[in-house]
Design a protein around this ligand. Structure first.
Ligand code: GNR
Ligand code: NI
Length: 174
């Protein structure tokens, strides 16, 4: 089932999410809905707070080449346990901030620990777009958006644009 994606500014996107206490069928169903919503958007990642659920759950699939085998990853309670000193800069976007893109510099490699939907602990080193995306998603769990890395002026300009977009969308709804 597709879930509506919250658009910035929204207090639910600014709140730190609580850990998932136990991996239930409800959590697995939410992860399935999030993957479907992410692919439909289309996006390469999605965090539970973006669909209004304040829990530490993210999904991602950064395989981009047309025809390549997809790699859907579901991470419960993900944590960055190590980051490289080397950084990389990517032009980031966010499904909660549509049609806005900006360069963000982050550690080039991160080691992430998480729980899969079978309750098994997992750990992996991510590089390139995967590293950027997993850090972007974990930021969502801490109530942080990529525009928080930009200067105050740029951020304010983007926020104003989003307020306008939301107003227009609300008007279309009515
Ligand atoms: O679809 C997305 N693309 C993207 C591009 C560069 C860096 C991060 C991302 S994540 C984003 C989907 C999203 O908003 N996830 O929270
Ligand atoms: Ni995002």
């Amino acid at each position: 089932m597709l879930k509506p994606i919250l658009i910035h500014p929204d207090p639910r996107l600014k709140k730190a999410a609580a850990p998932v206490a136990d991996i239930s069928d409800e959590v697995r169903a939410l992860a399935d809905d999030m993957l479907q919503t992410m692919y439909d958007a289309p996006g390469i990642g999605l965090a539970a707070p973006q669909v209004g659920v304040s829990r530490r759950l993210i999904v991602l699939d950064c395989v981009k080449e047309e025809g390549a085998t997809p790699r859907p990853l579901v991470m419960v309670n993900p944590e960055v346990i190590a980051s490289s000193d080397e950084t990389s800069t990517y032009e980031e976007g966010c499904l909660s901030i549509p049609d806005i893109y900006a360069d963000v510099t982050r550690p080039a490699e991160v080691e992430v620990r998480w729980m899969d939907t079978d309750g098994n602990p997992q750990q992996e080193v991510f590089t390139d777009l995967w590293a950027t995306c997993v850090q972007h998603e974990i930021d969502h769990l801490d109530g942080k958006l990529f525009i928080d890395y930009l200067g105050a002026m740029k951020r304010q300009m983007i926020t104003r644009k989003m307020v306008k977009l939301k107003r227009e969308r609300a008007r279309e709804q009515a």
